[in-house]
Design a protein around this ligand. Structure first.
Ligand SMILES: [Zn+2]
Length: 284
């Protein structure tokens, strides 16, 4: 959805509310949430009322928007700005909202991505695996001397999706466990010559190693796909000037989501993630 389509979609506050109701991000009550009676109606712009128990509730009740002080139009615009990778500071300025309001909304989106948006399907066919280090200033050796850096393991299905995960270390059993969990036996796995990838064959995988020195010389034996993801992620994380290590896994999953949805309408994909998240997070 481009900006002019978005303006049409959002319309005014009433139309935006309708859109959120239809999506299921706002909760539609057919009975009173207090007594269960179905004699309910709208009494004011943003209030519903039960004619049996006389209790009232707001349109945001039971939704992720409950407690968020943001008009529905701006809520949808903020998602668009998140899609466009606008900084919190700039989004707050463009929307006329407090920094913390936008920050909280963006964190909700990231949380929703982690819970709903990460793909759990198993991979098969031609797979690339690699590890990389994030954060820290020093260039360290693999596994040793990489203090202060966060090791991340990545699995990419060629022509498909990528999965990345923060790992405690890059020992062979750590990586192997994730490979077994994610990749179907019999798949062909490409890695570089790092010793932690020894033994993939004895667990039922086919395995080819690339030689970094002459990677372009041997046809299909390369790991350019997963290396492409590392540059994609690192380029974007530079903007944050160092992410809080506790929040890093959330940013990483956001980048995985962006990469896996690079060919689809990201705004719509984010809305769908929020729809799924609403079902899990709001259980009333
Ligand atoms: Zn009632």
């Amino acid at each position: 959805m481009n900006l002019s389509e978005l303006a049409q979609y959002i319309g005014d506050e009433e139309k935006a509310e309708q859109a959120l109701l239809e999506l299921g991000i706002l909760k539609r009550y057919t009975v009173c949430p207090f007594c269960g009676d179905n004699r309910i109606g709208r009494v004011r712009r943003s209030k519903f009322k039960c004619y049996r128990c006389n209790k009232e509730w707001g349109v945001r009740r039971g939704s992720i928007l409950e407690g968020m002080k943001i008009p529905f139009t701006k809520f949808l615009m903020a998602i668009k700005l998140f899609e466009l990778e606008t900084s919190v500071r700039e989004s707050a300025k463009q929307l006329g909202l407090a920094y913390n309001t936008v920050y909280h909304l963006n964190q909700t989106l990231r949380h929703a991505i982690v819970i709903i948006g990460t793909n759990n399907q198993s991979y098969s066919g031609e797979i690339e695996m690699d590890e990389s280090y994030f954060g820290g200033r020093r260039k360290g050796n693999r596994g040793r001397g990489a203090a202060g850096k966060v090791p991340v393991f990545g699995i990419l299905e060629r022509g498909g999706k990528v999965t990345v995960e923060v790992v405690p270390d890059v020992k062979w059993d750590t990586l192997l466990e994730l490979a077994i969990k994610k990749v179907k036996r019999g798949s062909l796995i490409y890695t570089d010559r790092f010793r932690s990838y020894n033994g993939l064959v004895s667990y039922g995988f086919k395995h080819r190693r690339i030689d970094h020195g002459k990677r372009f010389a041997n046809g299909k034996v390369y790991i350019n796909g997963i290396e492409g993801f590392w540059s994609f992620a690192k380029e974007r994380l530079m903007k944050y000037h160092g992410v809080n290590p506790l929040k890093f896994p959330f940013y990483l999953k956001e980048l995985e989501f962006r990469y896996n949805h690079r060919d689809t309408d990201l705004f719509n994909d984010l809305l769908q993630v929020l729809v799924g998240y609403s079902l899990v997070a709001c259980t009333e």
